[in-house]
Design a protein around this ligand. Structure first.
Ligand SMILES: C[S@@+](CC[C@H](N)C(=O)[O-])C[C@H]1O[C@@H](n2cnc3c(N)ncnc32)[C@H](O)[C@@H]1O
Length: 304
């Protein structure tokens, strides 16, 4: 398709674009911040570790890039307690309409400097890419997605650039959470049709570039990792959440509403950690001026 990246960008972010007109995940699909407060709880544990490693700076940032409805930023703001809460500045960054959320700054542009934790939760999959069919000459494909004739792929270079730019603004840590794939699987032909897809009101639909649906594709997180460089790990959400204190276990010794609330929480955690579901999302965590080993213990490498 000629200038597929431009068509994709206009469909999402042009004057009549899907996100420009104010679509948020809550209207169309379920993302982890919409499940409950548990993802924010885990990210606050990570933020505390970043804060400690930075020596408790006078201003500590939590920046949510591609914030959508701002649910994650709002949850982090309202769950933060203690001395950290007084130093915390929460910023939501999104190209869609600004939302008014107590204690959360809203901007279209990434801040020039971030001291703390930057999170891109399902941000990179919403960055448009060229859609190509093999054979196709492209250095990114040569390196990351060897393409047999007739096979389709997305050229991930725009995501690599966006992620490298975001990480380059950070002192502390930067975390991309997304569904994605690895070079070995791409090269082995596991995605012969590529991964470009469209969604509307919770259903997968045939892609159209008229702003009526979300257009997305899996993220080559290994390529993003290399583009941003530095100290980093790529692990599964399932393992990362457990390392941050979220592991599902059924409640014992409770009765009545307390039991019901504990059971509901355990089931939300189980959904966030489900193998083959959200638990199989990749967590790409970079430490910038902070060793990643201070933030997460050693974990198995991500296998989508
Ligand atoms: C799939 S949604 C994810 C929303 C939210 N993080 C969640 O997980 O529920 C992707 C969001 O990224 C935003 N986005 C895409 N590119 C962006 C950019 N360059 N700067 C700011 N926001 C961007 C879109 O407007 C959209 O709201």
């Amino acid at each position: 398709m000629r200038d597929s990246e431009g068509a994709w960008r206009t469909a999402l972010y042009g004057p009549e674009g899907f996100f420009t007109r104010g679509a948020v995940p809550a209207d169309h699909f379920r993302t982890a911040p919409l499940i409950g407060p548990e993802l924010a709880e885990a990210l606050l544990v990570l933020l505390e570790r970043v804060d400690f490693a930075l020596g408790g700076p006078a201003r500590l940032d939590f920046v949510d890039v591609g914030a959508g409805g701002g649910e994650l930023a709002a949850a982090v703001r309202s769950l933060a307690t203690g001395p950290l809460a007084d130093r915390l500045r929460v910023t939501a960054v999104d190209l869609g309409p600004a939302r008014s959320l107590p204690g959360v700054g809203w901007t279209r542009e990434l801040p020039a400097a971030v001291h703390g934790l930057l999170v891109g939760h399902e941000w990179l999959d919403a960055i448009p890419c060229p859609l190509v069919v093999g054979p196709h000459e492209d250095p990114w494909l040569d390196r990351w997605w060897p393409l047999a004739p007739g096979r389709r792929a997305e050229v991930g270079a725009p995501r690599d650039r966006a992620w490298a730019d975001a990480v380059g603004r950070v002192r502390g840590a930067a975390l991309a959470v997304d569904y994605g794939h690895l070079r070995a699987d791409r090269a082995a032909g596991r995605y012969p049709e590529g991964t470009f897809a469209a969604y509307r009101e919770g259903r997968r639909v045939p892609p159209v570039f008229d702003g009526s649906c979300d257009l997305t594709a899996h993220v080559a997180l290994d390529a993003c990792a290399e583009a941003a460089g530095g100290d980093r790990v790529l692990v599964s959400q399932r393992d990362a959440l457990a390392a941050l204190g979220l592991s599902s276990s059924s409640p014992r010794g409770l009765t009545g509403v307390a039991w019901l609330e504990a059971a509901a929480k355990a089931s939300r955690v189980a959904e966030l950690r489900a193998p083959g579901g959200l638990g199989s999302f990749g967590w790409l965590l970079h430490g910038v001026g902070v060793p990643v080993a201070d933030l997460l213990p050693p974990l198995p490498p991500w296998r989508p």
